[in-house]
Design a protein around this ligand. Structure first.
Ligand SMILES: CC(C)(COP(=O)(O)OP(=O)(O)OC[C@H]1O[C@@H](n2cnc3c(N)ncnc32)[C@H](O)[C@@H]1OP(=O)(O)O)[C@@H](O)C(=O)NCCC(=O)NCCS
Length: 171
């Protein structure tokens, strides 16, 4: 499944040919600074291979490669929750640093939100961003997500406790 957003920007599944470029752009501590440890630093060839394999095996239903000017530039996707939260999904996204501040992720959030809500009959997509992650917070706000609150000590990374913001789009 491919979604064309503009001449330069599209969403498509991750594929084998992306491994090298994925490893190059993901292996950057500025990118991983606020991300979960499952998106590690350093980001190795094995990490890239594993991610692409997982997508080929099925994650492509919920995750996209962000392609900008014909090159893999980052990723966006959702994790659908379970049990009584089955109509809820958490969204995550990242971009290689050379692609920041061009409005790319704002457009991707605006595109995937209605797409995933329709595809999986969701009623809520939420995202959390550390209070210091201004670019992420701005992208969520510009994409129409609503601020729902601040979470004290919501994460602990590299020895530091972090406060988080919670944003959601509800149907
Ligand atoms: C967060 C991230 C995905 C944003 O993607 P992006 O395509 O650069 O975002 P956009 O360009 O759509 O929007 C970012 C906005 O924040 C603004 N911004 C960026 N850094 C800023 C700063 N330090 N202070 C104020 N505004 C800032 C940009 O100017 C832009 O707003 P504008 O268009 O009104 O000027 C990208 O920075 C990234 O990949 N970061 C590392 C991974 C990450 O943190 N992912 C999110 C985890 S919650």
């Amino acid at each position: 499944m491919e979604i064309i957003i503009s001449e330069s920007l599209k969403l498509r599944p991750w594929c084998e040919e992306d491994k090298q470029e994925l490893q190059r752009i993901a292996n950057n501590s500025n990118v991983t600074k606020y991300l979960r440890e499952r998106f590690p630093h350093p980001y190795t060839k094995n990490d890239a291979e594993r991610w692409v394999s997982l997508n080929i095996m099925g994650l492509h239903e919920t995750h996209f490669c962000i392609e900008y000017n014909g090159k893999p530039a980052g990723g966006i996707g959702i994790d659908i929750q379970n049990d009584i939260h089955k109509y809820t999904a958490e969204m995550g996204y990242w971009l290689g640093e050379e692609y920041w501040n061009k409005g790319i992720v704002t457009q991707c959030i605006q595109t995937v939100t209605p797409f995933f809500i329709n595809k999986f009959q969701l009623k809520r997509i939420y995202a959390t961003a550390s209070v210091g992650n201004v670019a992420s917070i701005k992208a969520l706000e510009r994409a129409g997500y609503t601020f729902e609150g601040t979470m004290k000590n919501y994460a602990h990374k590299d020895g530091v406790d972090l406060d988080g913001t919670l944003y959601a789009f509800t149907k």
